[in-house]
Ligand binder design. Structure first.
Ligand code: KG4
Ligand code: ZN
Length: 407
């Protein structure tokens, strides 16, 4: 093997991404072409448009990743690609391209689970920080970690809790908890849409929540009854299809479809619908969240800011409560929070404070590594390259690919 360079490719949802990472520890480039402007006017990802945009972007994005890294295709030791979970047509663009590239170059192809990628985003970042702190600047090679971690993957498609264990250089994963319906990010996006805020909703609500009273509306989460969701039932949402629910401890199950309905009811009861429709028109013309209290108030009356703040306070509180209950139950000394929603400021502050109280370590990726990217895919593939675990020639998209075993 050469320098241990992996070219990562990620096309599972609405970002076309390519990155070059050395030995799972040093990011030479990470290029992300976002399709947000394409999907924003529909208030959500349109799968057919996503595939078309990936087809358009994949070659230039891959070329840019090589150029920024300053490496030629011939220097690359392996290609890593997201095999699932995600949108079938979107995944297929990345997989077909990665396959062709690996075949033409005569190098291995490694299939990566998108959720595993999100977990490795944090591990990659920590290795980068260790390397920066080390005086000789030697890459801290992936695989040196010994500690098991509890990982909360919280994004637009997932709200999943895993225990990740290092095992002889590679990692194994056990599912501890998950959402039974919507993902937390999906709730952010849907609530933002019904309040006439921009897409994706997370950054909007994150910013506006700072100007509202988080205790104005007492949203609550009921304990989930697992029996209603046992095997045999067809999952209704995209998040529900990626892992089994039966046999998981109900204390670690999430449900975010109810709070969306509660916000909708609040909007109707308080007559906020017309205001939201008017706001949606204004937001389309100025697609950036307001950055000052005055700007926020000009866009949303105080009652709406209070609603937004209360929604966020409740969602973060529920994520916090169940994650730390799982941490105690499995005895993990370390928590990773990753995925798009991990960029949320209230979430970071409250998780850090709670971890401090309990004497547990908590880590988050930088905002750029929180949302979808290919550096995390290349980093997750490094232990597989060392172990010789390559993708089968018939690799295809697996929209509902699950990660690890059940706990
Ligand atoms: O990981 P990601 O880029 O894509 C998926 O795999 O889903 O996550 C995107 C999700 C969206 O639902 C978006 O609204 C949410 O992450 N998000 C946030 C924030 N930034 C992005 N949610 C809350 N607060 C944020 N600051
Ligand atoms: Zn993701």
């Amino acid at each position: 093997m050469g320098a241990g360079l992996i070219l990562g490719i990620e096309t599972s949802c609405d970002e076309t991404a390519a990155a070059v990472v050395e030995r799972g520890a040093r990011t030479l480039s990470s290029v992300v072409a976002s399709q947000i402007p394409t999907h924003a006017r529909y208030g959500g990802v349109v799968p057919e448009l996503a595939s078309r945009e990936h087809l358009r972007a994949i070659v230039p994005v891959m070329r840019e990743a090589l150029a920024v890294a300053g490496v030629a295709l011939d220097d690359v030791d392996a290609v890593a690609v997201t095999a699932g979970p995600g949108l079938a047509g979107a995944l297929l663009v990345g997989i077909s391209y990665a396959k062709a590239l690996a075949f033409a170059q005569g190098i291995p192809l490694i299939a990566v689970n998108h959720l595993e990628g999100h977990i490795h985003a944090v591990l990659l970042q920590e290795r980068e920080e260790q390397r920066a702190a080390a005086r000789d600047g030697e890459p801290a090679e992936a695989g040196a970690e010994a500690e098991e971690v509890l990982a909360l993957v919280v994004s637009g498609g997932h709200t999943h809790l895993y225990v990740a264990r290092p095992a002889a250089g590679t990692w194994s994963y056990s599912l501890v908890g998950r959402t039974v319906d919507d993902a937390a990010g999906e709730a952010y996006d849907k609530v933002a849409k019904l309040l006439g805020l921009g897409y994706p909703g997370g950054p909007w609500i994150d910013t506006l929540a700072r100007y509202g009273n988080p205790r104005a509306v007492p949203f609550s989460f009921a304990q989930i009854k697992p029996k209603a969701h046992l095997a045999g039932k067809t999952p209704r949402t995209k998040a529900a299809t990626t892992a089994p629910i039966a046999e998981l401890d109900p204390r670690f199950l999430f449900s975010f479809s109810g709070i969306k309905t509660a916000v909708l009811r609040h909007v109707e009861v308080f007559g906020l619908r017309a205001e939201a429709q008017e706001r949606a028109r204004r937001v389309l013309a100025h697609p950036r969240p307001p950055q000052t209290r005055e700007e926020a108030l000009a866009l949303c009356p105080q009652a709406t800011l209070d609603l937004v703040a209360s929604f966020q306070h409740a969602v973060v509180g529920d994520l916090l409560k169940k994650t730390f209950a799982a941490q105690r139950a499995v005895g993990a000394r370390r928590i990773l929070v990753t995925g798009g929603v991990a960029a949320n400021r209230e979430l970071r502050a409250r998780f850090a404070a709670e971890a401090g109280r309990r004497g547990v370590r908590v880590s988050f990726p930088t905002p750029a590594l929180s949302t979808d990217n290919a550096a995390m895919i290349a980093a997750a593939a490094w232990p597989r390259l060392s172990a010789g675990e390559f993708a089968p020639p018939g690799l295809t998209a697996e929209p509902s690919l699950a990660l690890g075993s059940r706990m």
